[in-house]
Design a protein. Structure first.
Length: 377
């Protein structure tokens, strides 16, 4: 059995290396490293794939979130509601812009932000909601968009972990995650389902005016060189990363299908295990792209299992060990532990197993048997 990787980027590269190598060499020979034709081609191809009017590439996923908020004109003191159980980048940019983060609990089955918790957290200062499509499964966008419409709020989708996933609306429409709210961000960090070979990100929107503003912000506020019409930043996707993404984008659905297949094998192996709760798919199977395959270990052995996996050379992740409301940078007297029962339980139970496009049956068999033997002993 080959060595188990948490993410096997080398194996994925081997499948597309000829195109990757030749495309990178073409960029180097062209010397069009910034805002070159590869970036513009990738933008158009991603717009077509997502069926969204505007993709604005940028330097990374964190910038994408920040720029989206800047483009909406949010002001210091405005409240932005987001999930307590997620990576810090989501709340980091809220704080950086001197907005007021409002953290709320998540749903126990999907791990995504709880619409009822959103509703309870709304005040006259609330201006936006940031749902995170955590671990690759879409949040309940029907409920979130209804709440936003009722209270005249912006919805900024954090789609860093969900690209390529579908959302089945209750009206029968099927949309790609990241195309439902007013604006969305994504990350092309190498381990993402669609990842480059460095940092990269993008913003999506169907709003023409907002897209125009965002395009200025990512480039120092310029639409014409040395004419600064809006306050901007320097956040551009470089051409080498764009050409890597162009090579991978036609394979994204295949990559996500491979992840779903691996997830099904994991879930079948863990079937009927009393103390192992597998990911719960909300709705159709294609709503989950399994950026992570995350279990809940309910008999108090999560930490011991993590050590046991280390001892058996099985990589794993605990996403996330500390809720945002307990992080030193984001503690606030407004938060009450009683408001976060789900998050506070999840941080004791969750553990993510290797998940990528190159997992084979022998590896999955070894991983699942190792987990089951330990949890049940």
């Amino acid at each position: 059995m080959k060595k188990i990787q948490m993410v096997d980027l080398k194996g994925q590269y081997e499948q597309i290396k000829e195109r990757i190598n030749s495309s990178i060499l073409d960029v180097i020979e062209s010397t069009a490293f910034i805002n070159g034709p590869e970036v513009h081609s990738f933008q158009k191809e991603l717009e077509e794939y997502l069926d969204v009017k505007h993709v604005i590439p940028c330097a990374n996923g964190t910038d994408a979130l920040q720029i989206a908020m800047m483009g909406l004109g949010l002001r210091p003191g405005d409240e932005v509601i987001t999930a307590d159980f997620t990576f810090a980048a989501t709340v980091e940019v809220i704080a950086l812009l001197q907005l007021t983060p409002v953290l709320v609990d998540v749903e126990p089955d999907s791990f995504n932000i709880d619409p009822e918790a959103i509703r309870k957290a709304i005040t006259p200062k609330t201006k936006a909601i940031v749902p995170v499509h955590l671990f690759g499964q879409s949040a309940n966008m029907d409920a979130i968009m209804e709440i936003a419409k009722e209270h005249n709020l912006y919805v900024i989708e954090d789609n860093a972990q969900g690209i390529g996933g579908n959302y089945h609306s209750k009206n029968g429409n099927i949309s790609k995650s990241g195309t439902i709210g007013h604006v969305a961000s994504t990350s092309f960090f190498p381990s993402k389902n669609l990842g480059c070979y460095g940092d990269g990100g993008a913003i999506f929107t169907n709003d023409d005016d907002l897209a125009h503003t965002l395009r200025g912000i990512v480039n120092h506020g310029m639409y014409i060189r040395y004419h600064h019409d809006v306050i901007g930043v320097n956040s551009r996707l470089d051409s080498i990363q764009a050409t890597v993404l162009r090579a991978k984008l036609p394979n994204l659905d295949h990559y996500n299908t491979a992840r779903r297949d691996a997830a099904k094998k994991y879930t079948d192996a863990f079937k009927d295990q009393e103390h192992i709760i597998t990911p719960n798919i909300i709705g159709s199977d294609d709503t989950h792209v399994y950026h992570q395959y995350t279990l809940k270990i309910t008999n108090g052995k999560r930490d011991a299992l993590a050590q046991h996996l280390n001892d058996n050379d099985i990589p794993h992740g605990i996403y996330y060990p500390i809720p945002l409301h307990s992080q030193k940078a984001y503690k606030d007297d407004r938060y009450n532990e009683a408001d976060f029962p789900v998050t506070n339980q999840l941080i004791k139970e969750v553990i993510s197993l290797p998940m990528h496009t190159e997992l084979d049956n022998d590896q999955i068999d070894f991983i699942t048997k190792t987990v089951i033997r330990f949890v049940n002993k």
